[in-house]
Design a protein around this ligand. Structure first.
Ligand code: GDP
Ligand code: GDP
Length: 462
């Protein structure tokens, strides 16, 4: 299983040059075919150990009429639809032009998997353009020189996980396909309503100490909804995930409790559940950290919650067995205080009290999970960010080590899932950690981003 990469970007950025480098002589085959549209060229690319199909959207240079923009747009949209990922080229020497922004918009709107690359990056003339490229809000730009063959190893490195993901997805689809007609278990025969496998269900993991109530919660969620598919092989050989509709949201839940039972290693419960937790966290978009109200925030809970944050997952803390709690009000303020003190890195993550046993609070859990997922995917426009940054700086200016004030010049969101921001500033190494925290907390409050880690990078402007 291989994947398809589309090279997109405005004319003259070097798409054909890169295409030719990747495809080499294998290009001739395409050219020789009569009647083949010249707009989109396809070739078999080789890059290190990778083999993939590459689509080139060049061939528009000759079009000089007014419809150029329209044609470019159509062609790019078509290429995006055909491809698993897009390599979006800009010309580092020319910097970011308005037409580049048009392409960035198309890619964003199409929700394409985008790798941003600044071509013609050999030499110093490219540095400013490379930095400008951050401002497109499409992540860290890759510095390439198609003509000189520079940056090819880096390109291979970012393509490798895509190749792996495609291979994994293909394996999963192959594994799922024959099962569509088979019932999960006898009991479910009457009820099981099967819907076609969705491309991308929401991926949730429930993690927590043994006995926190993970199995009870998952059973309750799936029992109340309809179980669409049974246990099946997931991301790793011995992981189990279950698909169901949570409310009306197709969801896949990672069942660490089920894994544990399968593993039958009772005496190693503690140790194993951390390993399970790690695997689950890697799988998930949203991690529900399940606590037992009677013994909340134990060492193991803290470790798993911290892990989820470090892995950049959206986090919802659920306090279970709330039905057994007698002094709910006092308990809740205690919990909030402990949460703030013990998990400052998760500040702003929702804390929901539930009873997995009775089902109470599960609607609020659902709302919190959906909300966290939304903010995890959120994007703030560069214009808004920079207005906001100005306000933050004037309210509380950065320090002036040695009498020279650190200037924060420009800010942009460079990624989502979780949201990541870059601030261009003078002397980023001198900016204290507390100032970054001030900005992160401000972002969280002012743009209403609960339940998601926020990454903030300081970069010096060349
Ligand atoms: P396309 O219209 O995007 O397909 O761009 P082309 O591949 O036709 O390249 C446009 C021009 O940029 C040509 O003159 C190329 O030789 C030049 N070019 C392409 N890649 C590079 C590069 O890495 N460095 C420099 N300096 N020039 C390049
Ligand atoms: P796991 O090890 O995290 O999967 O935990 P289990 O789901 O096996 O639950 C451990 C114990 O806690 C069982 O005895 C459950 O009945 C109990 N339990 C789970 N959820 C609740 C709850 O909401 N309220 C109460 N009172 N007990 C619960």
């Amino acid at each position: 299983m291989t994947f398809t990469l589309a090279i997109v970007g405005r004319p003259n950025v070097g798409k054909s040059t890169l295409f030719n480098r990747l495809v080499g002589k294998r290009l001739a085959l395409v050219d020789d075919q009569p009647g083949v549209t010249r707009d989109l060229r396809e070739g078999e690319a080789r890059l290190g150990p990778l083999r993939f199909t590459v689509i080139d959207t060049a061939g528009l240079e000759e079009a000089t009429d007014e419809s150029l923009q329209g044609r470019m747009r159509k062609l790019t949209e078509r290429a995006v639809e055909m491809a698993d990922a897009c390599l979006f080229l800009i010309d580092a020497r020319a910097g970011v032009l308005p037409t580049d922004e048009v392409f960035a918009d198309i890619l964003r709107r199409k929700n394409a998997h985008v790798i941003l690359a600044a071509n013609k990056s050999e030499g110093r003339a490219a540095e400013a353009g490379l930095i400008e490229a951050w401002g497109l809000g499409l992540g860290e730009p890759l510095a390439l020189s198609a003509e000189h063959g520079e940056g090819m190893a880096e390109l291979a490195a970012v393509l490798t996980p895509i190749a792996e993901e495609m291979a994994e997805r293909a394996a999963r689809v192959a594994a799922e396909a024959p099962e569509t007609d088979v019932s999960v278990s006898d009991e479910d025969d009457d009820e099981a309503v099967r819907k076609p496998t969705r491309a991308r269900p929401l991926q949730v993991a429930v993690v927590g100490r043994p006995n926190a109530g993970k199995s009870t919660l998952i059973n309750k969620l799936i029992g109340e909804e309809r179980l669409l598919t049974g246990p099946e092989a997931g991301i790793t050989r011995d992981s189990i995930s279950l698909a169901f509709d949570w409310g009306d949201v197709p969801t896949r839940i990672f069942d660490t409790a089920g894994m544990r039972k399968k593993a039958k290693v009772q005496e190693k419960l503690e140790k194993l559940s951390v390993a399970d937790g790690l695997r689950a966290v890697k799988f998930a978009e949203v991690v529900i950290v399940l606590l037992d109200a009677a013994i909340p925030f134990e060492q193991q809970d803290l470790r798993i919650a911290d892990l989820a944050e470090r892995e950049g997952r959206a986090v919802v803390v659920a306090v279970n067995k709330w039905d057994a709690e007698r002094h709910k009000q006092e308990k809740l303020s205690e919990l909030r205080e402990a949460f703030e003190r013990l998990l400052p890195q998760l500040r702003g993550a929702p804390l929901v009290t539930i009873s997995a046993k009775t089902g109470k609070g599960l609607d609020r859990l659902h709302a919190a999970v959906m909300r966290a997922h939304e903010t995890w995917n959120a994007r703030v426009s560069t214009a808004r960010l920079n207005r906001w940054l100005e306000g933050m700086v004037s309210a509380h200016p950065p320090p002036a080590p040695g009498g020279r004030r650190i200037r924060l010049r420009y800010m942009t969101q460079v990624k989502t899932r979780p949201p990541g921001f870059v601030v261009m500033c003078s002397h980023p190494d001198k900016l204290p950690e507390s100032y970054s925290r001030y900005l992160i907390n401000g972002l969280r409050d002012d743009f209403d981003m609960p339940g998601t880690p926020i990454r903030l990078h300081m970069r010096s402007q060349a």
